[in-house]
Design a protein around this ligand. Structure first.
Ligand code: SF4
Length: 311
């Protein structure tokens, strides 16, 4: 049974320079207990997609399509109904804990606040639960740490605190947005290991540009480019046999694969290329690729790709 199903999701928002078409006709389904990686370069729309699921976008944003969570279309819920789901049913672990944590509140109190709000515990019980959560993400001396402020935490510890906060209300679905961003290699590996451990038997949309982290944690991977999905496959298939030229280029740009960057730049989401959005950077582009837009097609075993090389 699916826990989340996005159907023809479009998310566009106005800016002074024009309309940003951040998410375009995205269809995506997550099974209960699945950990799905959403990968792509910075600015491809993946964070906006994650934020749209819990409706945390600015008011002027136009969201169209369906976001069905456990049978309910979240786009049809009132803000009050949505508030009950946010944090309790669906939790988001935001990127950049330095700006996401409140600098003037003790870390334990921030976690306890979320617990009080969603679980109806009194202040003392919520604080005790917050300490337990800090312990569960392997923060040593959790009682002492719960009474410290964010500036007293290292980068890795802040990330752990964010994970503790996300998990505090035992959500059914976690949306983790770049939890390893900006961390050094050793700390990153620790956080990846922790995320893998604490999300066992949970459903998680893991948004990242870090393919290594996604490979370690996720069952399936969806690749996003210029606001749309271009490939979806089981994690091992993506690594063994990437199909889309962008996925192949993205893999080749990893340090372990020789650090060969994809030529050119990602297009602006305000002014998307005609035809295949990847054609200005693709070594296989034909005349058709410049004018016609490829659809996502199933290749085999539930793996999908958007590229004329396969149709
Ligand atoms: Fe390259 Fe054409 Fe495939 Fe786009 S459709 S990825 S331009 S070959």
């Amino acid at each position: 049974m699916s826990i989340l199903k996005l159907t023809h999701l479009n998310v566009h928002f106005p800016t002074q320079d024009g309309v940003v078409k951040a998410v375009n006709t995205v269809d995506l389904e997550m099974a209960n207990g699945e950990r799905l990686g959403l990968i792509g370069e910075t600015g491809c729309g993946k964070t906006v997609l994650g934020m749209s699921i819990i409706r945390l976008l600015q008011l002027a944003t136009k969201v169209e399509g369906k976001i069905v969570y456990k049978g309910k279309d979240l786009l049809k819920l009132s803000e009050e109904e949505m508030r009950k789901i946010r944090g309790k049913e669906i939790a988001m672990i935001l990127q950049n804990p330095t700006t996401s944590l409140n600098p003037v509140l003790k870390v334990g109190d921030q976690i306890a606040e979320a617990i009080q709000l969603h679980q109806g515990l009194d202040k003392r019980a919520a604080k005790e639960k917050a300490i337990e959560m800090l312990e569960s993400v392997k923060i040593s001396s959790p009682e002492k740490r719960a009474n410290e402020y964010p500036h007293q935490f290292s980068g890795g510890m802040k990330e752990r605190a964010m994970i503790a906060m996300g998990l505090a209300c035992n959500p059914s679905l976690i949306i983790a947005d770049e939890p390893t961003k900006g961390l050094d290699v050793t700390i990153k590996m620790q956080i990846v290991k922790l995320m893998k451990e604490v999300t066992k038997r949970k459903s998680m949309l893991f948004i990242t540009h870090d393919l290594g982290a996604a490979a370690e944690i996720c069952d399936n991977i969806a690749v996003m480019y210029a606001g749309e999905l271009v490939e979806y496959a089981k994690t091992e298939d993506i690594f063994k046999n990437p199909l889309h030229p962008y996925t192949r280029g993205f893999l080749n740009s990893l340090p372990s694969m020789g650090l060969k960057p994809i030529r050119g730049m990602s297009p602006s989401l305000i002014d998307l290329p005609t035809g295949c959005r990847f054609h200005p950077r693709c070594d296989h582009a034909s005349a058709k690729c410049k004018t016609e837009h490829p659809e996502m097609v199933e290749i085999e075993n539930g793996n999908y790709v958007r590229c004329f090389l396969y149709t």
